[in-house]
Design a protein around this ligand. Structure first.
Ligand code: FUB
Length: 324
């Protein structure tokens, strides 16, 4: 495998890695950052991604293969711009690429493109998933073969605009002493055609059973949901956005409520932080991105990975990125 904590590739900028093992190989589904000279803002306008590439690797060599462009926004009839963080799930003998993008009205939706190989290419459906909104889908296949889509992101991701239950273009975050904006989860139908359930809240509690508050920026959800299972428990991990950490909460069920546990990754270089967790040949890995290679340019990110370790009680050991 490539050396840890180094960019997987540098011929393109990559971000938002979703890592999975398919056919005994590690596949990474990242966003593809495009260099430009526009300025950064809180609406995420600097993230102008237009296509997806697939990367893959194994633990026999340090070669990382770029399988090339597997989907471009011009192929997707409902998309106007911004192909952000994708994920992939394998079910029904099909690889489903689940991805967010703005529709023709500038509202983020979640779409699906289908392929017969983990390397792509992927053929997009003509419309987004009905009832979908916001960004950062994580498509989680449970042991009973049900697929759940976890999603949501504040600010550029528009999640706070749905607090009333429908899209309010003027919607804002709650006051600091109210409960935080919750990420969402929806069960997919068996044939993966659409949501089987309406998106519901993922509630995150503190150690006393109280809901995390909007002002608790060290622990509350911002974006980048990921779900994995370890020793039968569900681990829901996410970015705290404004405090730039990857943290996690656990539950006995896939829909929670979840109890906050701690920090997985301390802040990296760059404003955003985004991750996935995967087991490969008996070891656990954290895939993440940072802006070290671009010397801190927020929309020129590189995907990296490192090993992740659990304590005997199931807690995750905090990773502190080391920079020279
Ligand atoms: O890549 C665009 C956005 O930046 C993602 O959707 C967020 O998770 C953050 O990484």
């Amino acid at each position: 495998m490539k050396q840890q904590n180094t960019p997987l590739v540098t011929h393109i900028f990559t971000a938002d890695p979703s890592a999975h093992v398919f056919n005994d190989r590690l596949y990474v589904y990242p966003s593809h950052d495009i260099p430009h000279d526009g300025e950064d803002n809180d609406n995420g306008d600097e993230y102008q991604m237009r296509d997806y590439h697939v990367l893959s690797m194994d633990d026999k060599s340090d070669e990382v293969i770029d399988h090339g462009e597997v989907l471009h926004q011009d192929q997707v009839p409902w998309v106007s711009e911004q192909l952000w963080a994708p994920d992939v799930v394998f079910k029904n003998n099909t690889y489903y690429l689940v991805f967010p993008a703005r529709d023709k009205d500038g509202i983020f939706r979640l779409g699906i493109a289908e392929g017969k190989s983990p390397e792509g290419p992927f053929t997009p459906r003509s419309n987004y998933i009905p009832g979908s909104f916001s960004i950062d889908p994580c498509s989680f296949l449970d042991d009973d073969s049900k697929v759940y889509i976890y999603f949501g992101g504040l600010w550029g991701g528009q999640l706070e605009k749905y607090r009333t239950g429908s899209f309010d273009p003027n919607g804002t975050e709650p006051p600091k002493d109210e409960h935080a904006v919750w990420p969402k989860v929806a069960l997919m139908k068996e044939d993966m055609s659409e949501f089987a359930t309406k998106p519901q809240d993922i509630v995150i509690l503190d150690e006393n059973g109280n809901e995390l508050l909007a002002g608790d920026e060290d622990r509350r959800y911002f974006e980048d949901p990921w779900m994995h299972k370890y020793n039968g428990k569900y681990y829901f991990s996410y970015s705290t956005g404004t405090t730039h950490k990857i943290v996690y909460a656990t539950s006995d069920t896939p829909t929670g409520p979840f109890t906050y546990q701690g920090t997985i990754l301390e802040p990296v270089i760059g404003w955003t932080t985004h991750h996935s967790i995967v087991e490969y040949h008996g070891k656990w890995y954290l895939f993440y991105h940072d802006c070290e290679y671009s010397k801190g340019i927020n929309h020129r990110r590189c995907v990296k990975y490192c090993e992740l370790s659990y304590n005997p009680d199931g807690s995750i050991q905090t990773i502190v990125p080391e920079y020279k």
